[in-house]
Write a protein that binds this ligand. Sequence first.
Ligand SMILES: Cc1cc2nc3c(=O)[nH]c(=O)nc-3n(C[C@H](O)[C@H](O)[C@H](O)COP(=O)(O)O)c2cc1C
Length: 353
Amino acid sequence: MKIPELKIGDIILKAPIIQGGMGVGVSRSSLAAAVAAEGGLGVISGAQIGFDEPDFETNTLEANIRSLKAHIKSAKEKSNNGFIGVNLMVAMKNYAELVKASVEAKADVIISGAGLPLDLPKFVENTKVKIIPIVSSLKAARIITTSWKKTYNREADAIIIEGPEAGGHLGFKFNDLTEHTAQDLETITAEIIEYFKSINLNIPIIVAGGIYNGYDIAKFLKLGAQGVQMATRFVPTFECDASEEYKSTYIKAQKEDIIITKSPVGLPGRAIRNDFLKNLEENGKENITKCYRCLNHCDPADTPYCITMALINAVKGNVNEGLLFVGSNAYRCDKIESVKDVMKSLLKELQEA
Ligand SMILES: Cc1cc2nc3c(=O)[nH]c(=O)nc-3n(C[C@H](O)[C@H](O)[C@H](O)COP(=O)(O)O)c2cc1C
C-alpha cells in the first residue's frame, strides 16, 4: 500500500502525521524541524516559548513574540522549508498577539484548542495560513464550524479530534476521565464524520490521543480519518526540545504513574505523578511569588500552583518541581530514538497494516 498523503488545502504532507504542539518548550524548532523534514507537519508550541530569553521575567510578551518568530524561522530553515505549524491555546492571555506573530513569521498552519477559537479566522484574513481547531466533541465541532461560516464565511482547513487518551489539557470532565466514562475517540470521530457529511463539509479529519504506532494510525485511517496528531511518541527523541531529565522521566514512567490532575487552566490534564504532584496532594497549594499573567482565567490568590513555573521547571530539567504532561501511552516509551527512526517505523507499520 502507498502511504496516503495528508492534504490540507494546498499543503501536501507525505506522511499523514502531525506532531502535536507541546508547551512549555517541549516542541520548539528542533523537534518541529525534524518532523517536517520527514514529511510530517512539525508543530511549535507558542505557550511561554520565550522562557529562556534574558528579558522573559520583565518583558514576557515581547520575549515570547521574539522567540516564537525566531523558532518558526529556524524550523523552516532546518527542515529545508518543510511545513511548520504553531499551536496556540485559546486560554492564553496574549492569544491574538501570538497568532499575529505566527502569521508574520510565515508559519504554514495555526492549530488551536483549549477553548473555542471563534475569532481565529479574523487574524489570518487575506493570508494563506491554514487554521485547524482542536475539538473533543461533536458539540464543539458544530459550534466552531457554524460560527466560522456565519461570521467569516469560511471553513476550517482541517479539524483535529482529540480523545480522552491524549496528553496535556483534556476537553472532558475530570470524573469521566478518572472513571473511564468519557466518549472514546472512535465514537467522537464517527459522529463528526457523519455530521460533516450532513452539512457537505469536506475537510480532513485528524485524530489525536493515544495513537502510538503505525497500526493505530492505520486503524483510524480505516475509520475515515485522513491523518493523526501524535505527541507523546515524539518526546523521547534526540530532537525533542525538552531536557534529558524530562525525557528520562518518560522512559521510567510506569502505567500507574500516569494520572489525571486538575490544572489552573480550568481543565483536567494527564501528567506523571511525580514529587511535584505528590506535594500538591499533601499541601493543596504552593506559594506563588510571581504571576506571569499567562491565562485568561487564573487568579494567583486561589490557583493551586503557577502552571508557567511548573512547566518551565520541567522542561529545563528540574523535574521534581515541575509538571510533566503525558499521553496515556507514555509508559510504553522505553528508549530515546531519532525522529527519523520514529517516523520510519510508524510508516513501515502503517504500510504493513
Ligand atoms: C508534554 C505535552 C504537552 C502538551 N502541550 C500542549 C499544548 O501546549 N497545547 C495543545 O493544544 N496540546 C498540547 N498537548 C497535546 C498534544 O498536542 C496532543 O494532541 C496529544 O498529546 C496527543 O496524544 P498523544 O500524546 O497520546 O499522542 C500536549 C501533550 C503533551 C504530551
